[in-house]
Write a protein that binds this ligand. Structure first.
Ligand SMILES: [Zn+2]
Length: 439
């Protein structure tokens, strides 16, 4: 069924008899908070014979619930110093998986509200977590059929208005595109097929797409990236592509965001080859490019006023072979800087530097520009901050407080980011540069 639609539901009473729904999911730290006395009574009675109630997700038969399915998903304690909105995401994922396995296709969801600042987005986090849990990899959908492995058609969210439902669905559509692009194996998502997927995703024309695949042009315009691509050029299907995405709002532009996305569709490490099994998973070295394309998809759906967004994605394969670039080579970048190669497995910065060099030219005449590079850039990010997105600022970004702002939003949306407490030299200097790294 593809993406589960986010359906706005005004109130509980009318939703309980709405034939669109076939299950009721209650997500709360305290199940007795559910505002319906008959259900409270049913939960109390069930708790007399089932000690799991209030401790783990369970399903009860209840004639007043849509489809007679009542799913109780306790969030657990929220008062400890390490509790946050991710407890709602965890409960939501377990509950929607239980609902799907039980045969529900159109569940109705009630989320207990909280006024603690960290929990104000609990309802939004629940929808996004459920959609994430329901998503199945592109290869699986193509092999088995979307209807078979993604059967849930919609999620009714009680208390969510139409505008918020539309916004959440736009966010999820972008995240879904990013997962499809990032999670796919290296032959399904070669550079050209990555570009094709973008062309298809933006076919409505709200975001313009330009794809450059001419090898000679790429060698002139993206010389560092093409050093990375060099040993892939003799295999036709592995040849690189640069994808440029652009959103121009109606009316006056007051702010411009520029993104460079690292799209290593496969990273063998090159001549500095990854050994001891370290290569497995390197088809996901295109996470930065995927995140940028996904963000652009959300922008295309929401059409924000005043905001112009430009993205450049370098889709390339770091192969190994007799024509591979090697350490000690000196290559002149698009910006004119002579770069000595130290390690061919540090290829992400080479791809990003040329993309950023092009975006800097755009930024020079843009209104209020901010540049970001987005990448699965280094295992050291994960060592420094753990399994979170790492944000690395230059001086200008620090002055703007970009990392602090992103971290605040990440906390309340259950998608935490961290800024390593180190003095970092950014590859590309510009008026406003930040470099979030997707780990
Ligand atoms: Zn690498």
């Amino acid at each position: 069924m593809a993406l589960p639609l986010c359906v706005s539901v005004a109130d509980l009473a009318s939703a309980l008899s709405d034939p669109r729904f076939d299950a009721l999911i209650i997500i709360s730290a305290e199940l007795s908070n559910f505002p319906h006395s008959d259900f409270q009574q049913a939960i109390r009675q069930a708790a007399l014979i089932d000690q799991r109630i209030g401790k783990e997700p369970v399903m009860l038969q209840n004639t007043q619930a849509p489809g007679q399915r009542l799913i109780l998903a306790p969030v657990g304690p929220l008062h400890r110093d390490f509790d946050d909105v991710r407890s709602f995401a965890d409960a939501a994922k377990q509950a929607i998986t239980l609902a799907k396995n039980a045969g529900a296709r159109q569940p109705l969801v009630w989320v207990d509200s909280h006024d603690q600042p960290m929990l104000t987005k609990a309802t939004e986090v629940v929808y996004l977590a459920m959609a994430q849990a329901l998503w199945q990899p592109l290869e699986g959908r193509e092999a088995l059929g979307e209807d078979a492995i993604e059967p849930v058609a919609l999620i009714g969210m009680i208390g969510v208005d139409e505008i918020l439902a539309t916004t959440l669905q736009a966010i999820e559509t972008g995240k879904r595109l990013a997962r499809d692009l990032c999670g796919t194996e290296p032959e399904r998502m070669t550079p050209h097929r990555f570009a094709d997927y973008c062309v298809e995703a933006f076919a409505d024309g709200v975001v313009s797409v330009q794809v450059q695949t001419d090898v000679e042009t790429l060698q002139q315009q993206y010389p560092l990236m093409m050093a990375v691509a060099r040993s892939s050029l003799h295999v036709k299907r592995h040849k690189p592509a640069v994808v440029r995405l652009e959103y121009l709002p109606e009316g006056e532009v007051t702010q411009t965001l520029l993104f460079a996305g690292k799209g290593l569709v496969y990273d063998t490490g090159g001549a500095d080859v990854k050994i001891n099994g370290g290569m497995a998973g390197m088809s996901r070295d295109k996470g930065g490019a995927a995140a940028v394309a996904g963000f652009m998809k959300t922008v295309a759906l929401l059409k924000p006023a005043g905001l112009k967004v430009i993205a450049e994605i370098g889709a390339v394969r770091n192969s190994i072979g007799s024509d591979a670039f090697v350490p000690d080579e000196i290559i002149r970048s698009h910006a004119g800087v002579r770069v000595r190669i130290g390690n061919t497995d540090a290829e992400g910065r080479l791809v990003l530097a040329d993309l950023m060099s092009h975006l800097k030219i755009d930024a020079a005449t843009a209104v209020n520009p901010t540049l970001f590079s987005v990448a699965t850039l280094t295992g050291h990010a994960a060592r420094a901050v753990g399994p979170y997105t790492a944000l690395v600022e230059n001086g200008a970004a620090l002055q703007l407080g970009l990392s602090a702002t992103l971290a605040q939003y990440g906390d309340i949306w259950g998608d935490r980011v961290k800024s390593p407490a180190v003095d970092v030299k950014i590859l590309v200097s510009s008026s406003h540069v930040a470099a979030p790294m997707m780990c």
